[in-house]
Design a protein. Structure first.
Length: 276
């Protein structure tokens, strides 16, 4: 195929990193963006085109889009909204500002970038907007309320956009990973430390028995965990298929939870999820 261009966010590690290298190997012109310049510099040394895009900073998003367009002559074939983080903790211990902050990155940044590229894709007569959701956009798990809520909101926003774009040449697609090898656990620790006063929580003993161990102790691979390349494989289909799916499930838990949430009564599903 002729070289096509894609802007990917969150490329410092994990899903974004693998997607950037995987698509470049397939002939795509990849703009692999990261939140920090030092990560961009590392990616440039690896042969990728990389510059800063920080979802929490509107000026950064505007600058990144302008940079990509300046390099292509004003076109952009696709974006993969991928960058996100987690802020673990019980809902009752989650301050309002913590929720505001995670939504700025995990949802509002996606929305901002998407709105900026829609006019470009309309004008060129094609485009694909691909959002990386999660199994936690289908079902909720304890201690993950902040992250759950951003992904649930993204599901609704993306589904609505897909319906509204039916009369345009723009495809809107969700990718639903589950347990995928990444640094999200380690990267969530600073956010937990910043926002969650667990020692003064009525759930302090539960934190010590469960969440703290999960956060600070490397328990090895999760059950059913797949490498980030499994997401890249679905991303390739979403980008290159003539008729891409609206949703791509990646891991066994995602397929299973999609079925269970549809067939089980809520109370029974709660019992299943409480065991996770």
């Amino acid at each position: 195929m002729a070289e096509k261009s894609i802007l990917i966010t969150g490329c410092s590690s994990g899903i974004g990193y693998d997607a950037a290298h995987g698509l470049k190997a397939r002939g795509w012109r990849v703009f692999a963006t990261c939140r920090k310049e030092r990560d961009c510099a590392r990616l440039r040394k690896e042969g990728l085109e990389s510059f800063v895009l920080n979802y929490a900073d509107e000026a950064s998003i505007e600058s990144a889009v302008a940079e990509a367009l300046s390099r292509t002559g004003g076109t952009l074939d696709a974006i993969f909204n991928n960058g996100a983080y987690a802020c673990p903790g019980a809902i009752e211990d989650l301050p309002r500002e913590a929720l505001r902050e995670i939504f700025e990155t995990n949802l509002f940044g996606y929305h901002d970038l998407t709105r900026r590229v829609i006019p470009i894709m309309r004008a060129q007569g094609h485009g694909r907007i691909i959002n990386c959701s999660s199994v936690l956009g289908l079902v909720a798990l304890k201690w993950r309320g902040a992250y759950n809520s951003t992904k649930f909101a993204m599901e609704g926003l993306t589904d609505t956009l897909r319906l509204e774009m039916r009369d345009t040449p723009i495809e809107v697609i969700l990718i639903e990973p589950g347990p995928v090898t990444s640094n999200i656990r380690v990267n969530s620790i600073p956010h937990f430390s910043k926002w969650i006063d667990w020692k003064n929580s009525p759930r302090a003993e539960q934190y010590k028995a469960t969440l703290l161990k999960r956060l600070y102790e490397d328990g090895g691979k999760d059950t059913f965990e797949l490498p980030a390349s499994a997401v890249t494989k679905k991303l390739v289909h979403a980008l290159e298929s003539r008729r891409p799916h609206a949703r791509y499930f990646v891991t066994t838990p995602t397929y299973a939870m999609n079925i269970l949430r549809r067939i089980l009564p809520t109370r029974l599903l709660d019992w299943v999820l409480a065991k996770a």
